[in-house]
Write a protein that binds this ligand. Sequence first.
Ligand code: PMP
Length: 409
Amino acid sequence: ESAERLAQIRQDFPILARRIGDRPLAYLDNGATSQKPVAVLQAMDDYYRRHNANVHRGVHTLSEEATAQYENARLRVARFINAPSEKQIIFTRGTTEGINLVAQTWGRANLGPGDEVLITEMEHHSNIVPWQILRDQLGFTLRYIPITDEGLLDLDQLSNLLNERTRLVSFIHVSNVLGTVNPVDRLVAAARSVGARVLLDGAQSVPHMPVDVQALDVDFLVFSGHKMCGPTGIGVLYARRELLEEMPPYQGGGDMIREVKMTASKWNSIPYKFEAGTPAIAEAIGLGAAVDYLSQVGMAWIHAHEQALVQYAYSRLSEIEGIHILGPGPEQRSGLIAFTVENIHPHDLSAILDREGVAVRAGHHCAQPIHDRYGIAASARASFYLYNTPEEVDQLAQGLEKAVEIFAL
Ligand code: PMP
């Protein structure tokens, strides 16, 4: 029954029928971006063909339709993460912009010399660099929760790293390199005990498992549409309502104002205060269709499917000669595996796999500190999604065996 379901899901993604040379495509680079189902392509196409107009401006029919579709997408995203209100959903360009928005608005208003921001050694660059830039401007201290040899956060260090000057704990929910699923409840409780706010990077969790912002009790959640069957150029910042009300605007311009005089202006209400200029309308509508699609398949099903795949992949890849898998064992990880193979550069691995039709990513995956931590420059990563199959895991393993043969000569 599950195989039948999987075959049906694959039908929804036209690109999966592609061949790479004479091999069927095995797309295992979902951590970088996911493929798009017909429902999303059609929603965007339909918008441009039949409803295209600017939002929140015209009183003509098309503008009203475009606005209704755009706002309806916000409502569906709110429901998808169980946000109390759609007003707490700010459309951004993606995870990166969401974190920069929080840094430049909440951060600028709340951080100064003597204050501390706590992140982790397993962050994506997008949750490191914005804080470094701001630290250099405002003079607060940036601290890191270290990672253990096994690839877990070293929470024994928490009590040394947190104090009454800690204003924010900002961390990755699921590591895009280690696959580690971090214990949000423990980190939220620790942050609360010193009165710090919590930002959760959900780029690798929201697409793959049920995420409920009220249950997680975080102050900010950011994620990207393109990693969850939606288009590029659209993402989400969720935040607690009172924080959004207090925060100054991010960018100035049209739509974010209530009134503009030559001397001064007044801001629009949330969420519009944070959405200056013409937004990514078609992309938001595409994201709305993507969350509908994911909900229809079922996030619990998607999570269970990926868990089964990653466990199979873990055991299959463990048999490869000279392989080192980064991060924790299969029971503690999300649906991705990063690895190195002795004496073969990850880029060579990736090139050989490509000849077998297998798409994996090679490099530092925007997480250089993790690679430094384990004394390597780069790794290869296979990352799974709802449409991947055990046969594709076999295709990956066979490609790796070939690579080992070629390089052993
Ligand atoms: N955080 C994590 C955990 C990610 O995996 C990514 C994407 N690789 C990002 C942030 C950045 O997302 P985006 O490039 O869509 O802004």
